[in-house]
Design a protein around this ligand. Structure first.
Ligand SMILES: NC(=O)c1ccc[n+]([C@@H]2O[C@H](COP(=O)([O-])OP(=O)(O)OC[C@H]3O[C@@H](n4cnc5c(N)ncnc54)[C@H](OP(=O)(O)O)[C@@H]3O)[C@@H](O)[C@H]2O)c1
Length: 326
């Protein structure tokens, strides 16, 4: 069994990652790190967690637990300040190690990166497109995962200018902490764009594709699920074949048949993604839609998928590949 520690376990991403780890036949929890719950039993987080798990310890203690694999489920600035242990596989679910250019942290995340020299040591890993290349893994953002699954296979076949990504996510994407912008009174019966043209996932998509995108996220009045609609102009035929080839071997990403649109209902609560390609009859715009669960393929599922690859395990161990029907 692979000794596993979670850091920042009490947040949404931490809880979801723990759930995958508990379903994983090869990973064993040796430390549950949470600064807000240190000293408490696991049931303090969720009554369904049974007595076989260790009590919560501080995040620093979990980091020093000697685990072989660590999942960092912290806010960006806290994750950036962590110094990973020498030997372990570390998957960072935050944005703290996604960008190669340290100056971008000031611009897009609002803090100076405390360890800019280590950024080249981290591999930005989206398994179907860019599998991890080392033991330090930067897990992509949820919106970035959807945009890249839709656009990366077409990058050579579309005009690099004028690409628009219009995306919508459920409220769990904002994390568990209480904020006015995720208050039920604001979210329910509402649909609101936010960080228009300035969301921090735009630069990681640009870094991966090699050209910028115009990105507008929106907050949906649902708990989980994310759908990105990407608009591009094809310069070469064969876009559908490119998409189908990219995911032909994948158990996680499904390319839908012609004319069938992705739906949140089929991916919510799972670690899968759906991708579909359309052509606008009037303008000949190529439209690629991707749906995934922001906490699944957009966070915890992808983190465990990356850890599996780094550990040489079956890629889908511990993942939720089926959802519910209704
Ligand atoms: N939410 C998503 O859909 C999503 C998707 C992809 C990536 N991510 C990234 O994953 C990281 C964690 O995101 P998240 O959504 O899990 O954020 P979150 O729910 O706000 O949790 C962030 C941290 O805050 C602490 N915390 C959580 N709930 C708390 C509470 N009620 N009281 C006090 N402290 C609390 C936890 O640390 P302790 O346990 O140490 O107290 C946790 O690690 C972020 O960097 C985020 O960008 C999130």
């Amino acid at each position: 069994m692979v000794a596993t520690a979670l850091i920042g376990c009490s947040g949404y991403a931490g809880q979801e990652t723990l759930d995958r780890v508990l379903a994983h036949p090869e990973l064993e929890v040796v430390a549950l790190g949470s600064d807000s719950l240190a000293g408490e039993p696991p049931s303090a987080l969720d009554l369904r967690l049974n007595g076989s798990l260790p009590p919560f310890v501080s995040n620093a203690e979990a980091l020093a637990s000697g685990a072989d694999v660590l999942f960092l489920c912290l806010d960006h600035d806290e994750a950036a300040a962590f110094e990973p242990p020498a030997e372990a596989v570390v998957v960072d679910l935050s944005g703290a190690h996604r960008l190669r250019d340290p100056a971008l942290y000031d611009d897009w995340y609002g803090f100076a990166h405390p360890f800019p020299a280590v950024l080249p040591d981290w591999s930005y890993a989206l398994p179907e497109l860019y599998p991890p290349t080392g033991r330090l893994i930067a897990n992509p953002g949820c919106y970035a995962t959807a945009a890249l699954l839709a656009l990366a296979p077409l990058a050579e076949a579309i005009e690099p200018e004028g690409i628009v990504v219009d995306a919508k996510s459920g409220v769990s994407g904002a994390g568990r902490a209480l904020k006015a912008s995720s208050h039920a009174g604001f979210v329910l019966e509402n649909l609101s764009p936010y960080r228009i043209g300035s969301h921090q996932h735009a630069p990681e998509v640009e870094q991966a594709l090699g050209f910028p995108i115009c990105f507008v996220p929106h907050l949906l009045p649902i708990r989980r699920g994310l759908l990105a609609t990407c608009y591009a102009r094809a310069v070469d035929g064969g876009s559908r074949e490119r998409l189908e080839d990219a995911y032909a071997e994948s158990d996680v990403v499904r390319v839908l048949p012609e004319g069938v649109a992705p739906e949140l209902g089929r991916v919510q609560g799972t670690d899968t993604a759906e991708v579909a390609l359309f052509e606008d009859r009037s303008t000949r715009t190529t439209i690629v839609v991707c749906a995934l669960d922001n906490l699944g393929k957009g966070a915890a599922g992808q983190a465990v998928q990356n850890a599996n690859l780094a550990l040489g395990l079956d890629e889908t161990m511990g993942l939720r590949l089926t959802g519910v029907l209704v």
